[in-house]
Design a protein around this ligand. Structure first.
Ligand code: C2E
Ligand code: CA
Ligand code: CA
Ligand code: CA
Length: 275
């Protein structure tokens, strides 16, 4: 028994070692990947449910790794946050997205994600505004998605950043609504224009009465607060129809299409004469 125990520890050590090695590899890789332009924006369609028209896109980071292929953000965003690389990463993704989207149809909005870590930077609003000026992307076409967990740390700073962004005409969305802690309090903390309903509720409204009740309640809440809702994670027509009936304003998800590269967005827009 003693021997087996020792082997188990040996195995544990080796798997720990591999995990640490993989993490180090991502960290070193990431440092070079950002300046080399390997972290690129992908775009996921957002649809207006009243008209069925394309409203815009959520910008999602992807790592085009020369050896490993396309890497999804869950694998590198947490490491970028721990190492402080997230600021450079997000700014680089935003810059590329603004440049790609500035000559698309002027009604198309870009929704970009801001990490909780970035809300500790007192100059964040100024940096984003500068990026808009440099790239020629209009502020009124930009929406910034903030997760509610981001609001805990330094609420006063988050509020001042939010006011600076709003003064420029940039809109704010409360991301992942309902998944965090005391969401309702956060609705009043910052001047949000929109609520994003997380896919963990949306994905199951066709099967679970509870999910349907929650999404319906959030949609009504958003209506009465004058904060239209965007439902995330729509994977089929049935879910889409239910969301429409519930009064959600916008929807996104694999039902409309997976996130795609800027080149593929151009193709899609050219087909629809939106470019
Ligand atoms: P999020 O903001 O909640 O983004 C939505 C995630 O759900 C995306 O995953 C998207 O690809 C996925 N998704 C969209 N529609 C569907 C669907 O119909 N079904 C399913 N199963 N999934 C769907 P992704 O791209 O892997 O992004 C994961 C998270 O990484 C994002 O969650 C966001 O918090 C973060 N992230 C992505 N890009 C950036 C970035 O540039 N900066 C920062 N700070 N965070 C980012
Ligand atoms: Ca993913
Ligand atoms: Ca988001
Ligand atoms: Ca989400």
């Amino acid at each position: 028994a003693k021997k087996a125990g020792r082997n188990r520890y040996a195995w544990f050590d080796r798997s720990m070692e591999r995990a640490i090695q993989a993490r180090n590899e991502i960290e070193t890789g990431l440092r070079n990947a950002i300046p080399q332009g390997q972290i690129v924006p992908y775009f996921e369609q957002q649809i207006d449910l009243a008209t069925g028209a394309l409203a815009g896109f959520e910008v999602l980071a992807r790592w085009e790794h020369p050896l490993r292929g396309l890497i999804e953000p869950d694998q590198f965003i947490p490491i970028a946050e721990e190492t402080g690389l997230i600021a450079d990463l997000s700014m680089s993704v935003m810059r590329q997205a603004f440049i790609a989207a500035r000559d698309w149809d002027p009604d198309l909005v870009l929704a970009v994600n801001i990490s909780p870590w970035q809300l500790k930077d007192a100059w964040l609003a100024q940096k984003i505004i500068k990026l808009l000026l440099e790239t020629g992307f209009p502020a009124r076409r930009l929406e910034i998605e903030i997760t509610e967990s981001a609001l805990f740390d330094n609420l006063a700073l988050a509020q001042s950043i939010a006011v600076s962004l709003k003064n420029q005409g940039i809109r704010l969305a409360l991301d992942d609504f309902g998944t965090g802690y005391s969401s309702l309090a956060h609705l009043r903390a910052l001047p949000f224009d929109r609520i994003k309903i997380d896919k963990c509720f949306v994905g199951s409204i066709a099967e679970k009465l509870e999910s349907a009740a929650i999404v319906g309640a959030i949609a009504r809440l958003g209506d009465s607060l004058n904060m239209p809702t965007t439902a995330e994670g729509v994977e089929d027509a049935d879910t889409l129809e239910r969301l429409r009936v519930m009064g959600c304003a916008r929807a996104q998800g694999y039902h409309f299409g997976r996130p795609v590269s800027a080149a593929n967005v151009r193709r899609l827009l050219a087909e629809r004469r939106l470019i």
